[in-house]
Write a protein that binds this ligand. Structure first.
Ligand code: ADP
Length: 318
């Protein structure tokens, strides 16, 4: 006969269950990312407008024209290219609540809880419609299949499919998945009615890099002589993701700050401080960007770029 004993794991499990949602799991609110914070990605914005924003704002139009679109979108592409940002901006623009779910977090090792978590997630979304559920690293829900613990994934995935298939029962609820590894996604998840609309979020073009830099420059003392569009076109920015461009902007700002500090120190030691000199007089200049460029290199490799391109082509071909 199997021996029954209370283990440490049971205590941990009980403690987790009685914690009043302390991890903010499934916590929803309207995100504060705005469209103007997102640089470039115009085509993807248009898709989001058609598939989500206008649908939430003007549902009657869709009904009138009898247009029935997918409610699940999968964003795929290299990391740091704005998948999360655009999903949040879409929710902000639509005035929709946003539930951010990290794929791996849903994979609770305690049997049954993951399924419950999925059910709870969708019922919470129903209570705060219009709502976007964003599954970050959604591939994690399928990659472990066949490996140790794979059956937990399988049960969770089945529950997820049940919820996804019930689109009719959740008006005003949209599902967005994001993945850097589309090839490991279970094809069952990508069928129509589930994550039926696939959108590639590629590395920004040279023009988009300029637009991203402009979006990132908001609120920063960029010298008027700096041409951000021209910086975006530079060979040194080739293959930069949005996240790399953010690093570039941060590094340039840091270099300028250091210079401002040095200048302040000089003023103080020479005893020539006036009220205005006490204010940092240094703006972020092209030289600061040049110095920053020497320190930053693309985080996505050429091989990865080719892989995403090939995947997106093969998807178009099927
Ligand atoms: P992903 O979800 O594709 O991994 P994120 O949306 O989390 O990427 O982007 C990471 C960070 O990079 C953002 O917080 C932002 O600072 C910057 N970033 C990425 N893409 C853009 C963009 N198109 N416009 C402005 N900033 C961007």
């Amino acid at each position: 006969m199997e021996k029954l004993a209370i283990t440490m794991a049971d205590f941990e499990k009980a403690a987790k269950l009685v914690q009043p949602s302390s991890k903010r799991e499934g916590f929803s609110s309207i995100p504060n990312v705005k469209w103007e914070d997102v640089g470039g990605l115009d085509d993807i914005r248009d898709e989001f407008d058609l598939y989500i924003i206008s649908r939430i704002k003007y549902p009657d139009d869709y009904q009138k024209f009898g247009v029935n679109l997918e409610t699940g979108i999968l964003l795929y592409g290299p990391p740091g290219c704005g998948k999360t940002m655009i999903a949040k901006a879409a929710a902000n623009e639509a005035g929709a609540n946003f539930i951010h779910v990290k794929g791996p977090e849903l994979l609770n090792k305690y049997v049954g809880e993951s399924e419950l978590a999925v059910r709870t997630l969708f019922s919470r979304a129903r209570t705060c419609s219009p709502c976007i559920i964003f599954f970050d690293e959604v591939d994690a829900l399928t990659t472990m299949r066949g490996k140790e613990g794979g059956w937990v994934v399988e049960r969770l995935l089945n529950q997820l499919l049940i919820e996804l298939d019930g689109a009719d029962q959740r008006p005003g609820i949209f599902i967005i998945g994001a993945t850097n590894r589309p090839e490991v996604m279970d094809p069952a998840v990508l069928r129509p009615g589930r994550f039926g609309k696939l959108i590639h979020v590629p590395l920004p073009s040279s023009e988009d890099r300029g637009l991203i830099l402009k979006a990132l420059a908001k609120g920063k003392p960029i010298d008027p002589s700096v041409d951000l569009a021209a910086i975006g076109q530079m060979e040194a920015c080739k293959n930069f993701s949005g996240a790399d461009l953010r690093k570039l902007m941060e590094e340039a700002a840091m270099t300028a700050l250091k210079e401002a500090k040095r200048q302040r120190h000089l003023n103080e030691t020479s005893g020539t401080i006036t009220a205005t000199q006490n204010e940092p007089s240094v703006n972020i200049t092209a030289t600061h960007f040049e110095q920053a460029l020497g320190k930053i290199s693309p985080s996505v490799s050429e091989k990865q770029i080719q892989y995403y391109k090939a995947w997106s082509e093969s998807f178009k071909a099927t």
